[in-house]
Design a protein around this ligand. Structure first.
Ligand SMILES: *[C@@H]1O[C@H](CO)[C@@H](O)[C@H](O)[C@H]1NC(C)=O
Ligand SMILES: *[C@@H]1O[C@H](CO)[C@@H](O)[C@H](O)[C@H]1NC(C)=O
Ligand SMILES: *[C@@H]1O[C@H](CO)[C@@H](O)[C@H](O)[C@H]1NC(C)=O
Ligand SMILES: *[C@@H]1O[C@H](CO)[C@@H](O)[C@H](O)[C@H]1NC(C)=O
Ligand SMILES: *[C@@H]1O[C@H](CO)[C@@H](O)[C@H](O)[C@H]1NC(C)=O
Ligand SMILES: *[C@@H]1O[C@H](CO)[C@@H](O)[C@H](O)[C@H]1NC(C)=O
Ligand SMILES: *[C@@H]1O[C@H](CO)[C@@H](O)[C@H](O)[C@H]1NC(C)=O
Ligand SMILES: *[C@@H]1O[C@H](CO)[C@@H](O)[C@H](O)[C@H]1NC(C)=O
Length: 907
């Protein structure tokens, strides 16, 4: 008893639903289908707390049952049955239940129907019920006041369970109530493990004379029908029986009454005939001794099915309830279960309760997760007004409206999608691309805007594409055009808005080729001149970054002479002005003069200048040991008390920031941009992981990435980053360093600096490279906007073209760009721990490059198939998980396991 009450107390605390009579309803989903809006109430007859159904379904209409069957004429009508939700539209309408215990667990699902002439037609409908993609039951009525109850025990295959009503042309489907109860997943096992669901056939509380059938102390809320035929006696007890021995936990009222035959030697018999000769039945029989069995007496029982023994002889316990079930299904048309006393038993047999189920094969398969996600995303992006509920393709006779599927034994996929005249607005969503087997896509007569995206060409099976009657603009991507010309793709577009070749897009376009040719001529001339100059300079060639003399420390006057008295400014950095210099042998170098104030700031304190100088020397000497292909070579420094300067190799193409905003960027292909990104990432990777101790740059930005004449990128200015000891990577600083637009928000808030702060800044750099925009840009209305906020809205609608620099003219692999943006966005995550390491970034960017190279190589076939997910959709996409069921923990191990035998499932 004590255990019982402790359990109930715990249960009550956990329960979120209303607790009535000490009975918690944790995990119960009780839906009053068709109920008034926003209603939550406790049904006083059952103590069960019901909610309205709108959160579970977005189709159908709510109607009350007709006056004749409703209140007040029919005062005994259970409250949930007073109204129904009916489904005049669509073949298949589904409720979506999200059980709290998640997938892989066993749930009891019960649907209740009472027609009550709700539609005034006085015509009893007939329709089918599905649980997920599998047929569950047909719903038929004998009269308008009959309560038809369907119940199934099912394992959840995913986080959601769909209960679907299918119109089979015999009247409009409707439903009165829908309930879900979490079960113990170790009970109600069959030889098929989790491969079958059980559909309730009968649940009888034998021997009980006075019950309502639904007991508040049945934690699974099963409904037990009292059943005692005239030839049976009833025995009850008020003593204690342990119902917790097994997971079945029959309620007290059920187990504390038992039937026995009126005449001692008779058996207790139950028989039934199945309509379906292939039906497989499972029976669960409950036994507990309710009487005081005397010493010289005994109650020994055996169970027979169709005359054959299906159990050994057993003695019911007077201490606990036991449940026996057949380990192999009963099949055939006629069934006859007989509970008999064994030959050496002095007492008559008893039976406390019995449940009979039929097995439901779960042989229909679902649509692939990728297609489900894609179509759900399309549904929510465009707020598609169709009856699109449950699985898109399954059951296969009733796919979603406008969808045709290809079926196979392991999964289904969407092969045709007709969304013509469906009121779609906005750009063509990226999600279409993920319907990988799509052969036909009809988007005609909608309000679609924007360009015809190139990713449509990734749909390799696409044979028919209709985009007519939209407001699409621009040109048709080359890859689609090619397929249309080859006759592989039937393409319909509005000729007046869209043109087939790029040159006709608008007037300016024709000018472009001329400008390009002019530029080319200028470029060639320039190249020739440069070559000649180079050749002249090659005499006395400079090899490597080290200075010829091995000299690294310079005086101010030497620096002054090298720079020809600071004659030519080539840049302005955060720490000072950069001058062009030239060594005696002609090697060009860049000299960065450090102004004192910035150096003080960089130390975060106002230390005396001699101390600063000393630290500077130490760091400069250390930095001279850092060499990497993607780090601007630091060739020397100056520190003579008067001034401090850093001397770097000269980079002909300046910094990336200037380069991106110059006309040069016109020729910067996606591949070149990827090379620059990879180079920079490798430089950063070396600072973080290749240096001992690791170096945190603290001011990663496009202005600090330099490009040589081969457009190889090198990171500069790391010379001013603090060199951190290896064992103390998180530093608390007192002033935030860095450049606005690049500062890691976490560093900004906490002053804690680590490599992930560089990663954040590098994420901004990556976004600048792909968008061609500055980290902080001006919007049309003059406000300032961060490049992250510029990119986000495009990602939400899956529009990669909006993100990518228009100067690329659409010449890039969409896969590559998506992956790249994914990497960039992961770098700018709010929390440092969620950002990738530089090693990871380098390897991801290399994948982007591979995808782009694949496109360039085979432009028509496009890149290798690599699924890019729409990670940035804000619409709630269900959290599908592809783990399989754990098939061992669900099945009860049945002993006495001969063919068609009963085995006790509790000791
Ligand atoms: C259904 O009945 C309830 C209460 O009897 C009432 O408030 C509600 O307006 C009715 N709904 C309809 C659609 O008639
Ligand atoms: C309706 O059918 C049920 C089940 O057969 C029966 O119990 C009930 O009496 C019937 N009611 C009417 C009004 O005929
Ligand atoms: C149940 O299904 C799994 C795979 O889903 C299969 O491996 C197993 O053999 C099936 N078990 C039975 C009894 O059919
Ligand atoms: C049936 O239950 C009611 C209420 O619990 C009780 O008053 C009545 O005596 C019971 N009748 C029988 C026959 O047990
Ligand atoms: C579920 O049933 C199993 C087997 O009957 C039992 O061992 C386990 O304690 C039960 N779990 C719960 C939460 O009741
Ligand atoms: C069945 O009940 C009747 C009346 O209550 C009683 O006379 C008879 O002995 C009972 N039979 C058995 C086998 O207990
Ligand atoms: C058991 O013993 C009692 C007396 O204690 C006797 O009345 C009864 O008949 C015996 N029953 C059997 C089956 O021997
Ligand atoms: C296209 O856009 C124009 C104005 O932007 C609008 O007037 C027209 O109705 C649109 N056409 C379609 C087919 O939506």
């Amino acid at each position: 008893m004590e255990a019982h009450s402790v359990f109930l107390i715990l249960f009550g605390v956990i329960a979120t639903a209303i607790v009535v009579h000490g009975q918690g309803q944790a995990g119960f989903i009780s839906v009053d289908c068709g109920g008034p809006p926003n209603i939550n109430y406790v049904d006083t007859d059952t103590g069960i707390s019901y909610t309205w159904d709108t959160p579970f379904i977005d189709t159908g209409v709510n109607v009350n049952v007709s006056e004749e069957y409703g209140y007040p004429k029919n005062p005994v009508l259970p409250f949930p049955l007073a109204d129904v939700r009916s489904f005049p539209l669509g073949t298949r309408n589904c409720y979506t239940l999200i059980p709290s215990d998640g997938k892989g667990n066993l749930y009891l699902i019960r649907a209740t129907f009472m027609y009550g002439n709700y539609d005034g037609k006085n015509a009893l409908p007939e329709f089918d019920l599905y649980v997920n993609v599998n047929f569950w039951s047909s719903v038929k009525f004998r009269n308008a006041s009959e309560n038809v109850i369907k119940e199934t025990l099912s394992f959840a295959e995913s986080e959601t369970i769909h209960v679907c009503l299918v119109n089979k042309g015999k009247g409009t489907p409707f439903i009165s109530a829908l309930e879900l109860r979490p079960m113990n997943s170790s009970i109600y096992g069959t030889e098929f493990g989790r491969n079958v669901s059980l559909v309730l056939y009968q649940r009888l509380d034998t021997g009980y004379l006075n019950g309502t059938g639904r007991y508040q102390n049945d934690i699974y809320d099963r409904i037990w029908s009292p059943y005692t035929p005239a030839s049976w006696n009833s025995t009850t007890t008020t003593g204690y029986l342990d119902i917790f021995q097994s997971g079945y936990r029959p309620p007290d009222q059920v187990i504390k009454s038992a039937a026995s035959p009126k005449s001692d030697d008779e058996p207790l018999e139950l028989s039934w005939t199945s309509d379906d000769p292939d039906a497989r039945f499972y029976a669960y029989l409950y036994f507990a001794e309710l009487e005081n069995v005397k010493r010289n007496e005994s109650r020994k029982i055996k169970i027979f099915w169709n005359g054959s023994p299906v159990s050994g002889t057993f003695i019911p316990s007077s201490e606990y309830s036991m449940t026996l079930s057949n380990s192999r299904a009963f099949t055939g048309k006629d069934h006859w279960i007989s509970v008999q006393k064994a030959s050496d038993s002095t007492l008559a047999p008893i039976l406390n309760a019995i449940e009979i189920f039929t097995a439901l094969s779960l042989d229909e398969v679902s649509t692939t997760i990728e297609d489900v996600r894609a179509i759900e995303s399309i549904k929510s992006t465009y707020k598609v007004k169709k009856v699109w509920t449950g699985d898109p393709c399954s059951p296969r006779l009733f796919p979603w409206e406008g969808i045709v599927c290809s079926f196979n034994n392991s999964n289904h996929q969407i092969k045709s999608l007709n969304l013509s005249s469906s009121g779609l607005q906005g750009p063509i969503a990226f999600a279409f691309r993920n319907l990988s087997l799509l052969e036909s896509l009809d988007l005609s007569n909608n309000n679609l805007k924007g360009i015809v995206p190139e990713f449509l060409a990734d749909l390799k099976q696409l044979k028919f594409l209709n985009l007519k009657g939209n407001n699409l603009t621009g040109f048709i991507p080359k890859s689609l055009r090619k397929r249309a010309m080859a006759g592989v793709l039937a393409l319909s577009v509005d000729e007046q808005n869209i043109c087939h070749s790029r040159s006709c897009r608008d007037g300016n376009r024709i000018v472009v080729p001329i400008v390009v040719s002019l530029l080319l001529i200028i470029l060639i001339v320039a190249l020739v001149i440069i070559c000649i100059m180079r050749r002249e300079r090659k005499i006395g060639a400079y090899s490597g970054p080290l200075l010829p003399s091995g000299k690294r420390r310079f005086t101010y006057s030497e620096v002054s002479s090298i720079t020809n008295n600071f004659n030519k400014v080539i840049g302005k950095g955060g720490f000072g002005i950069v001058y062009l210099g030239s060594l005696e042998d002609g090697t060009e170098i860049a000299v960065k003069m450090i102004n004192d104030s910035s150096f003080d700031k960089s130390k975060g304190s106002s230390s005396s200048s001699s101390k600063v100088s000393k630290e500077f020397q130490v760091e400069a000497e250390l930095l001279l040991t850092v060499h990497h292909r993607n780090l601007a070579s630091f060739v020397g420094y100056c520190d003579d008390g008067r001034s401090m300067a850093l001397i770097y190799e000269y980079m002909a193409n300046g910094n990336l920031q200037d380069f991106l905003s110059s006309d040069n960027a016109e020729d910067l292909s996606w591949e070149k941009r990827l090379h620059i990104a990879i180079d920079s990432a490798q430089g950063l990777e070396y600072l973080h992981h290749g240096c001992r101790p690791p170096i945190i740059h603290r001011d990663v930005k496009t202005a600090n990435i330099l490009l040589n004449d081969n457009l190889e990128a090198k990171i500069a200015d790391f010379g001013l980053s603090k060199v951190f000891p290896e064992d103390d990577l998180s530093h608390v600083m007192t002033a935030v360093m860095g450049t606005p637009g690049y500062v890691d928000p976490e560093y900004y808030n906490t002053f804690k600096l680590n490599e992930k702060s560089d990663v954040y800044s590098f994420g901004i750099v990556l976004l600048e490279i792909i968008t061609g925009r500055r980290s902080i840009m001006k919007t049309d209305d003059g406000d300032k906007m961060n490049v992250v906020h510029f990119v986000e809205p495009f990602l939400e609608i899956g529009d990669i073209d909006g993100v990518v620099d228009a100067r690329l003219n659409g010449e890039f692999s969409a896969n590559s760009a998506w992956k790249y943006v994914e990497v960039a966005m992961s770098c700018v995550k709010d929390r440092g721990v969620n950002r990738p390491s530089t090693n990871q970034i380098v390897s991801d960017l290399k994948q982007c490059l591979a995808a782009e190279l694949a496109r360039e190589k085979t432009p028509s076939q496009n890149e290798k198939k690599e699924v890019v997910k729409e990670k940035y959709k804000k619409t709630p996409v269900q959290n599908y998980n592809s783990n399989e069921f754990n098939s061992t923990s669900g099945s009860v191990s049945l002993t006495f396991g001969d063919y068609n035998t009963f085995g006790p499932t509790a000791r």
